[in-house]
Design a protein around this ligand. Structure first.
Ligand code: AVI
Length: 319
């Protein structure tokens, strides 16, 4: 499906409602119960995530932005000129403005799972960069999909925000391997990866004082109620996020605060008090563990950039 939006194209390969239904039924039937983190990003979820990125506790976004600014001259040399810039999970494209020099970038292809987020972002970018070719895509980039025809320029894929950390390591490996197979010799991958550090710093980032992360987590239940006609009582679930040291990951859960049942289509799901729905993992890497993963997937590390505390990393890789 292609939506012609004023002067630019948006290709919409968004999820079919049935995928959502099947995944939710499967996730709630499994033991322990789980929901895929990608379903956190409906319109409100994407807005809440945007709010998270400017919270004091959520060090990731500002640290990555600082790294991109500080290392801009090296990064822009690596990116080169007349490139097609593809961004995975573009959201508000906030970080991309640092890289979007109209001299260097021939076309920009933002890809996001949220139609409303992508549409708004493309509109704003078009105003700010009138001569830039923008081709937005609404797609689940964790599944294979084809990019629009790009005319054979060097391609740089930007995957910021440590979203790779939301993949299981085996999924991350599969994803990176598939991505490397679509790369030509000159192409580059610029990817942001959150690093292992004092667990209290990480835990605070997922348990902010204003409760935005809690609202973001609980919103998945509101979304299920609305889109799949379910009757979750959201007030009977509590946000819980903690660092699982042995797996080097933050786990986000929704804990049932009482014994309860939830009616869903023709099925009933029972929750005991304190039972959880596992809604997200956010893996943290070391430079070494991430580079090993990339090497195994067909990428060669070219450069890695970090902040002075070594809390966050941005890697540039080629095949
Ligand atoms: C998008 N992703 C990298 C975020 C993270 O930190 O794992 C999502 C998020 N979940 C809770 N807060 C932010």
């Amino acid at each position: 499906r292609t939506i012609n939006q004023q002067h630019h194209n948006i290709t919409d390969l968004s999820l079919e409602p049935n995928d959502f239904l099947t995944d939710v039924l499967q996730g709630l039937s499994s033991n322990p119960k789980m929901l895929s983190a990608k379903y956190l990003y409906d319109e409100l979820g994407s807005k809440l995530f945007e709010k998270i990125t400017s919270l004091d506790e959520y060090y990731q976004t500002r640290t990555e932005i600082d790294i991109l600014h500080q290392s801009y001259s090296t990064i822009s040399t690596l990116i080169g000129e007349h490139v097609d810039l593809v961004e995975l999970g573009s959201g508000s494209s906030k970080k991309t403005h640092i890289l979007l020099d109209e001299q260097r970038v021939n076309s920009y292809i933002p890809i996001d799972i949220s139609t409303s987020m992508l549409t708004n972002t493309v509109d704003q970018l078009k105003e700010k960069y009138p001569s830039l070719t923008i081709h937005g895509m609404v797609a689940d980039y964790t599944k294979p999909f084809s990019l629009p025809a790009l005319g054979g320029n060097k391609k740089v894929t930007f995957f910021p925000g440590s979203t790779i950390g939301n993949f299981e390591p085996s999924e991350a490996a599969m994803f990176l391997k598939q991505l490397s197979q679509t790369f030509n010799k000159e192409d580059g991958l610029l990817i942001g990866v959150d690093l292992k550090k004092d667990q209290h710093i990480i835990e605070k980032a997922y348990n902010d004082e204003k409760g935005i992360t809690a609202a973001f987590n609980k919103n998945v239940l509101t979304r299920i109620n609305r889109e799949l006609q379910c009757d979750f009582k959201v007030e009977n679930f509590q946000h819980h996020a903690y660092y699982n040291t042995s797996k080097s990951r933050i786990e986000m859960h929704l804990i049932s605060t009482i014994d309860q049942t939830v009616q869903f289509q023709d099925q009933t799901f029972a929750f005991t008090k304190n039972e959880t729905i596992h809604t997200e993992n956010s893996y943290k890497y070391s430079i070494d563990s991430f580079q090993k993963l990339c090497l195994w997937c067909g990428f060669k590390p070219v450069e890695v950039f970090m902040d002075k505390n070594q809390w966050f990393s941005v890697h540039y890789l080629e095949v």
